[in-house]
Design a binder for this molecule. Structure first.
Ligand SMILES: C[S@@+](CC[C@H](N)C(=O)[O-])C[C@H]1O[C@@H](n2cnc3c(N)ncnc32)[C@H](O)[C@@H]1O
Length: 228
């Protein structure tokens, strides 16, 4: 377990498979047969649904130091807390997908329910790991996805962490890494974006800031596409 990590420190809010397809601009058919890593995955249900659609998906997160039931309990509380916190700042978000806080809550509950049930059924697909280090060999995955962590929490994780984490995600991918979003919580391009792009280009990757058909936090409508 990451040193000193307590369950109170883990925020268990996850996206659904459908949200991942939108925010990474992916088509389900394109993923069939691929080995895909979601990191950090938390209580996101991408892996659960992707496996049902013929994808060899693996989820990784430092929170998997806690068992599925403990994360489920925490996730249930976190949905309530997060929705309360969202009420006074709703104008910072685009509501075309979710319409209302109740609508958004339904997506977060679906992710929590499905990811918990799948982790209980297929624990081998949920690997505890703490970025910037991953317990996978080089080029283990065709595609690596990283959502709602890097860049978004730019104030909590410094530039060195971002660069090392991206380098590690690139290392374990044989073809492609996608990171969403590329803005901080203020909706502006992350202060760590340029350093990460320089790192990826220095490794010989092709890097694109690509539009995606998803925007909830205003300004978060692009991903970083890194091709090896
Ligand atoms: C906001 S959640 C995003 C989960 C998922 N990607 C999604 O979009 O639904 C952020 C996740 O990052 C995980 N996390 C925080 N620090 C981490 C680290 N150093 N290594 C791996 N996971 C970490 C947390 O446990 C949490 O599950």
């Amino acid at each position: 377990m990451s040193e000193g990590m307590k369950l109170e420190d883990v925020v268990c809010i996850g996206r659904t498979h459908g949200e991942y397809l939108a925010l990474f601009d992916l088509a389900s058919e394109r993923l069939k047969g691929l080995r895909v890593l979601d990191c950090p995955a938390g209580v996101c249900s991408f892996t659960a649904d992707a496996c049902q659609h013929g994808v060899d998906a693996v989820a990784s997160d430092r929170a998997y130091a806690f068992d599925a039931s403990a994360l489920y309990e925490k996730g249930t509380q976190d949905i309530v807390t997060t929705m309360k916190a969202l009420e006074p700042i709703q104008d910072r978000y685009v509501w075309s997908t979710y319409q209302t806080i109740e609508g958004l809550t339904a997506f977060r509950r679906e992710a929590l329910e499905k990811s918990t049930a799948h982790r209980k059924r297929s624990p081998e697909r949920y690997v505890e790991a703490s970025l910037p280090q991953l317990p996978f060999t080089d080029s283990s995955f065709d595609l690596v996805l990283s959502a709602n962590f890097l860049f978004l929490y730019e104030e909590h994780f410094d530039e060195a962490f971002h660069v090392q984490a991206l380098q590690e995600l690139i290392r374990v991918s044989s073809r492609e890494v996608r990171v969403y979003p590329i803005v901080g919580l203020n909706g502006k391009p992350s202060i760590h974006l340029d350093a990460c792009i320089r790192l990826a280009e220095a490794q010989g990757c092709r890097v694109t800031q690509a539009d995606v058909p998803y925007e909830f936090l205003k300004g978060a409508s692009r991903m970083l596409l890194v091709e090896k």
